[in-house]
Ligand binder design. Structure first.
Ligand SMILES: [Fe+2]
Length: 297
């Protein structure tokens, strides 16, 4: 993982630029404006772009400025009405500056481009970003076809009282622990994938592979708590892959103002139990969609 810590001078420049955008809702135009602010305020991001697409698949920014008057974390999964759009534009601007277009799904959180990730009291035991229980390694949108899946996820930390880390594991490292036969089985359509609990869709199940080889690189789609092999050999290969994920995980602990962007096709992510108040904001990135596009499933 490549890390970049924002200097106090850069933080000051970003603060003044993004403060002027803090009243504007996120839109195609505002994402482009935010991208330009990032490009003109931070050093060249081409090494990070390369790392995201072809390296470990994860990059981190530390000590970004956030809203000066942050309201308490939401308990209904929705953006508090009295919050400014300051952190939203930093999140979308960095995602766009890394070469990704910010998009969302109409079927998830009513199409919001930026998602509030904070436990919802009535859903605390759900296996999703709304819950508090451990959320095992997964990729987002594993049951969707490649064009519809997020290619990157960007997560910005606003509040993290319990110091809950996000664990990310790079597929490249995991594959070194598997035999050629395991990898071949994982590339066959021998697995059932289910839609995540946060997606409001009718038919959320499909039979597919866990690994796909695209342009010479392996990619992954899996939710380890719900994806199942349909033969004993398939299940066995999946178990070996899951154990490699834990062996090779990168623990990304973070605090308010830290932002992680990772490749959803070449890494898996998860976290432990959420303790205390925790509030992240998330956006999806893709090279297939336009900025601010809301797609239906
Ligand atoms: Fe996720």
């Amino acid at each position: 993982m490549i890390k970049y810590t924002i200097t106090p001078q850069e933080s000051e420049v970003l603060s003044s630029k993004f403060l002027k955008m803090s009243h504007k809702p996120v839109s195609k135009d505002s994402i482009e404006e935010a991208r330009q602010h990032i490009v003109s305020s931070l050093p060249d991001l081409s090494v990070m772009k390369e790392e995201l697409s072809f390296g470990s698949g994860m990059v981190k920014f530390e000590s970004l400025p956030i809203d000066s008057d942050l309201p308490p974390p939401p308990v209904d999964g929705k953006r508090p009405k009295d919050k400014s759009y300051y952190s939203e534009h930093l999140l979308c601007g960095i995602t766009s500056a890394l070469g990704m277009c910010v998009f969302s799904y109409q079927n998830e959180k009513d199409g919001a481009l930026v998602h509030e990730i904070a436990p919802i009291p009535s859903l605390e035991s759900s296996k999703s970003s709304n819950g508090r229980d451990e959320f095992m390694f997964h990729t987002d949108g594993a049951y969707l076809d490649r064009e519809s899946r997020p290619h990157t996820l960007s997560l910005m930390c606003l509040v993290n009282e319990g110091n809950v880390a996000t664990d990310i594991s790079s597929l490249q490292a995991c594959l070194n622990d598997l035999t050629e036969q395991d990898i071949n089985i994982l590339t066959e359509r021998l697995f059932m994938h289910r839609a995540p609990e946060t997606f409001n869709v009718q038919s959320g199940i499909c039979q597919s592979s866990v690994l796909d080889k695209i342009n010479g690189f392996y990619e992954i789609k899996v939710a380890t708590h719900s994806t199942q092999g349909i033969t004993p050999q398939a299940d066995n290969a999946l178990k070996k892959l899951i154990s490699a994920m834990y062996k090779h995980k990168t623990v990304s602990s973070w605090k308010s103002g830290d932002l992680v962007v990772f490749n959803n096709l070449r890494t898996v992510h998860g976290r432990g139990e959420v303790k205390g108040n925790r509030w992240l904001q998330r956006c999806y990135g893709s090279s297939f969609h336009d900025n601010a596009q809301v797609i239906g499933l």
